[in-house]
Design a binder for this molecule. Structure first.
Ligand code: DAH
Length: 350
């Protein structure tokens, strides 16, 4: 006759032995073997339990049945706990071997185009819609291309506004404006002409919030038989609305003077921050001065052998930095040239 006490005792011995093994097991294969050792058909526990059939007393049978179920549950829970621990260890080992894609360093180091380059790209794209192609010229220019051909003779007082670093002997200088590209283009190409010329220019300036010795400009030139001021105004209005992504912008042309245009204008746009109401950015004027421009002076056309009785056109010039400063409320133009990543990364697209 099977003694229930003996049975329970041997089950309980098996329980503590199994718990020890499970808890000290350190790989998943061994754990699988432990499971079949204690639970499989041929397992030791099954063997012990096969003796239950010999128990005659129903309540004893029930007691031993309940005990063995409890034991199975305890061991199952312990096995799955240990299985989780071991699986996690394996996953972590795998991760150690691969690159940790959660490290922020990698995402933060993505480079991007400089804001000025982004703005120039935008300008080129927008004027491209109107059929303007990109033109360029050298940054080291001759006095003739930079000034004389543009109607600024040697002693012209307007040269004072564009002081630069002259090399007297061969009359070369770092160009002070991109207007020199007008001359180079008109000498190379026959009208009709439609170009946009972005590039670097240099002036003898004291560095301050609004001035640097080097900065960027974009120059536009259209030469054709019937171009007029309203073409200039409508193309620039559409272009600036597109660049600022604001269809409420209007333009205002104020009389001004440039030796290479007649009439000449300062071109203002509605302040896009206050929409003309007046604010700090526009010094309460409601308008922002963004470009210079006008109808190309007949003498400039003659200088490049284009007959002003047949052709006319308009030209304009402005600074991409100015557009960026207004668009992003930046107060100091020097920030664009300091290579401070904290500043530059604000213009990252992703
Ligand atoms: N060259 C001028 C400057 O640097 C800008 C400018 C004004 C360009 C009038 C033009 C123009 O083409 O017509 O300030």
């Amino acid at each position: 006759m099977t003694n229930i006490k003996v049975l329970i005792e041997s089950l309980s011995n098996k329980q503590s032995e199994a718990l020890d093994r499970i808890q000290s097991c350190n790989n998943l294969n061994d754990l699988r073997q432990i499971r079949s050792k204690y639970f499989g058909k041929e397992s030791e526990i099954s063997k012990i339990l096969s003796n239950i059939r010999d128990i005659k007393d129903d309540s004893e049978k029930k007691q031993i049945g309940e005990y063995s179920n409890k034991l199975k549950n305890i061991l199952e829970i312990e096995i799955s706990k240990q299985e989780n621990i071991l699986k996690n260890i394996e996953i972590n080992k795998d991760l150690d071997k691969s690159i940790d894609i959660s490290l922020e360093k990698y995402t933060n180091n993505i480079g991007s185009l400089h804001p000025i380059t982004q703005m120039i790209d935008k300008i080129v794209e927008v004027f491209g819609y109107f059929g303007f192609s990109v033109a360029s010229g050298p940054e080291i220019e001759t006095d003739w291309f930079c000034f004389q051909a543009l109607n600024l003779n040697i002693n012209h007082p307007a040269r004072d506004m564009q002081d630069t670093f002259y090399i007297k002997e061969n009359h070369i200088l770092p160009r002070t404006h991109t207007s020199s590209v007008q001359i180079r283009t008109m000498l190379k190409e026959k009208p009709p002409i439609r170009i946009i010329a972005p590039g670097r220019v240099y002036r003898n300036e004291n560095q301050d919030q609004r001035h640097t010795f080097m900065f960027y400009q974009y120059e536009g030139l259209v030469i054709d038989k019937t171009t007029n001021i309203s073409d200039l105004k409508s193309i620039l209005t559409t272009a600036l609305r597109n660049i600022f992504d604001n269809s409420d912008i209007e333009l205002r042309l104020r009389h001004s003077y440039f030796p290479y245009t007649e009439p000449s204008f300062e071109i203002d746009a509605t302040c896009m921050l206050c929409l003309g109401k007046g604010c700090n950015v526009c010094s309460n004027k409601g308008w922002l001065e963004l470009l210079g421009g006008g109808m190309v002076h007949p003498q400039v056309l003659r200088n490049v052998d284009i007959d002003p009785n047949i052709y006319q056109g308009f030209a304009f010039g402005g600074g991409p930095e100015r557009l960026l400063m207004v668009k992003n409320m930046i107060e100091d133009t020097r920030l664009f040239y300091e290579n401070d990543l904290k500043f530059l990364s604000q213009f990252r697209k992703i």
